[in-house]
Each structure stands twice: as C-alpha cells, then as structure tokens.
Design a protein around this ligand. Structure first.
Ligand SMILES: [Mn+2]
Length: 336
C-alpha cells in the first residue's frame, strides 16, 4: 500500500501518521521528493481501511498494490482448489453439472427430475427449499420438508444435493447437505457468510447483481477467513441496462476470476438468461470460457412450475445440453 501525503503536510502530521500505521504491524518506508512525500507500507495491510487513511487531512491519495483478499488470492495459492463434494470433485478439470428444479415442489416432482438429470449425466442435484423471492406473495419454498425430499432424492440417485440457505439460524437443518448455496442477494449477508465459514461444508457463493469481482472475492474471504476453504464461486448474471434478458451473463468473469483466485468457478445460465432458449448457448459459452461447470434449472413440467418456469429446461433438452457440454469441455481441456 502506498500513501501519498499532501504538500502542506507538516513534519508532525507525518510522524503521527507513521505511528498510526505502525500500530497495524506494517513497516513504513518514507521517500521524500521535491513535490511529494510518499509512504510505502510493507507487510500485511489487509486490516488497514483505505478510506480511513484517505479521510486523513495530511493524505493526498492512497493506492493499494496488493489485493485486500489473501485466502482467496491466487498469488498466495497458485494451485487450483478442488472442492470434494460426496463422490465428485469441483474444479481441477472436472465438469460439474448441478441440475434440478428451481424449487422443490412435491415428492413426485423432485424424484422425477432427480432421476432424469442423473440419467442424463448430471453430477449434482439442485433444488430450492428456502426460496429468496422478489415478491413476498410468491411461493416461498417448502422449507425443511423440501430438504427431506431432497435427501430422499439423494438416497435414490446418489446425487449430492445443492440447495440455498438464507438465514444462519437455519444451519441446523443443513448439517448433512452437500453444498450450501448463498444466493446473489445474500452475497453480502456477512453474518450468514461468517456462520458458513465456521462449518466445513462446501459453499456455492453466487455473485451479487451489482457486485464487482473484488466484492465477490471479499465475500469468499469472509467464509475462508473463518476457516472454511471449500468455496465455489458462481457467476449468475449481473444487472445492466439491458432488459431483454433477466440479467447479463458476464462471461469475462470466468477468465478474470481464474486469474485472481484459485477457487472453482461455476456459471448459472438459467438466472442470467431467464429464457429457456438462452440456456444452451450461455452454458456452452461459460464452459468455453473455462468455467468448471454450470448450475442449471431443469423441470419435468416447466409450464406449471411454482417458480422460474420460463427458464427451466425439460429433461430431454437437458440431455442434449449434456452432450454438447462434454464436447466443449473436452475441446477446452484438450492438449494443444
Ligand atoms: Mn430459480
């Protein structure tokens, strides 16, 4: 971190500032030019709040030279992280396909979809039991009963389960759930992130609607700094000026995050496109960009789905998608 002092900063201002900075345990190197005095901070600057320094009267500007996230940072962990989920692995060249309905609606529905996606080659079953809906009048999910149905579907198919948790107080219901999903709207629910950091369960962390890459990685850092290294990132579309699609899938997030972090990256073609006909091309684009997998919504009767009907694939379409995904994934991972 580099701190540039104002021209009018006095010797006393400078000494006070250096003492303040040294309290964080960093070394301060002073270099005095004709026009400007610059302080170079060496050591762990993660605990220093840039905006507090910027508000100091003697400070002209503050520049970070290192990213504020450490545990999620590829610089300190060059190897890709591989997250073990049941009998499958996310990252490390594996193709992860989390498929299933937006919401668990009934025993018949979740079992039918689970068997269909398993037969087509999905590696995990997704399904929402606790639903974060934009409207309080929309279907809110089956809650703990929905989790029981997911457990039953897992027992029948062997597919590990991915399902969303919204409230740290619900953790008691999720102790045996394979992957806990944090939705886009909860990406900065820091109490939830901290509680999930105290477990060792894999977490699927979705990017917020208007979150930067750094904000996403800082949210991952919340989980990891509490001791849980099992974080999987998910790009699920961001809010832009475009209204044709539900959100705009940021495909660039995949190669950029790949560079910044060692964590696995999944894309969600369903909530980004919001339309069934976009799910296949967006899925393929994500894998082509180097994503470790997708999380996709599949329903046996989308026309009557209780949530997100227009974007859910029929099992037959999912089967076709699986074949295409494998082809693109193989092409990306082929030796040049
Ligand atoms: Mn959905």
């Amino acid at each position: 971190m580099i701190v540039i002092l104002k021209q009018h900063a006095t010797e006393e201002d400078r000494q006070n500032l250096i003492e303040e900075l040294e309290r964080y345990g960093v070394k301060v190197h002073l270099s005095e030019g004709d026009q400007r005095t610059v302080l170079g901070l060496v050591g762990d600057t993660t605990k220093i709040d840039k905006s507090v320094l910027e508000a100091n009267d003697a400070v002209h500007a503050v520049k970070r030279v290192a990213e504020p996230y450490k545990k999620a940072n590829r610089k300190f962990h060059p190897e890709d992280t591989v997250v073990k989920v049941g009998n499958t692995q996310v990252g490390g060249g594996n193709l992860t396909v989390m498929a299933g309905p937006c919401s668990v609606e009934s025993r018949e529905q979740i079992l039918a979809v689970a068997h269909a996606v398993k037969a087509a080659g999905a590696t995990m079953l997704r399904g929402g039991a606790f639903k974060p809906r934009t409207s309080p009048y929309s279907f809110q999910g089956m809650g703990p009963q929905g989790l029981d149905l997911l457990r039953e579907a897992k027992e029948e198919t062997g597919l590990p389960i991915v399902t969303e948790i919204m409230d740290p107080n619900d953790l008691k219901y999720f102790r045996d759930i394979d992957v806990l999903q944090v939705g886009a709207r909860n990406m900065q629910n820091f109490d939830l992130l901290k509680a999930l950091g105290k477990t060792d369960q894999p977490i699927l962390l979705k990017r917020g609607l208007s979150a930067t890459y750094e904000e996403l990685l800082m949210s991952a850092e919340y989980i990891m700094s509490e001791g849980n290294p099992n974080v999987i990132l998910c790009e699920r579309g961001i809010r832009t000026f475009e209204t044709y699609t539900r959100n705009t899938l940021d495909v660039a997030a995949v190669p950029v995050l790949r560079k910044l972090t060692h964590l696995p990256i999944i894309i969600d073609p369903s909530h980004s496109g919001g339309r069934r006909e976009l799910v296949v091309p967006l899925s393929l684009a994500g894998i082509a960009a180097g994503a470790d997998g997708i999380e996709v919504e599949v329903h046996n009767d989308p026309a009557h789905a209780l949530s997100d009907g227009p974007q859910q694939l029929l099992p037959e379409a999912f089967e076709v998608l699986m074949a295409q995904l494998k082809t693109v994934h193989a092409a990306v991972h082929a030796e040049a």
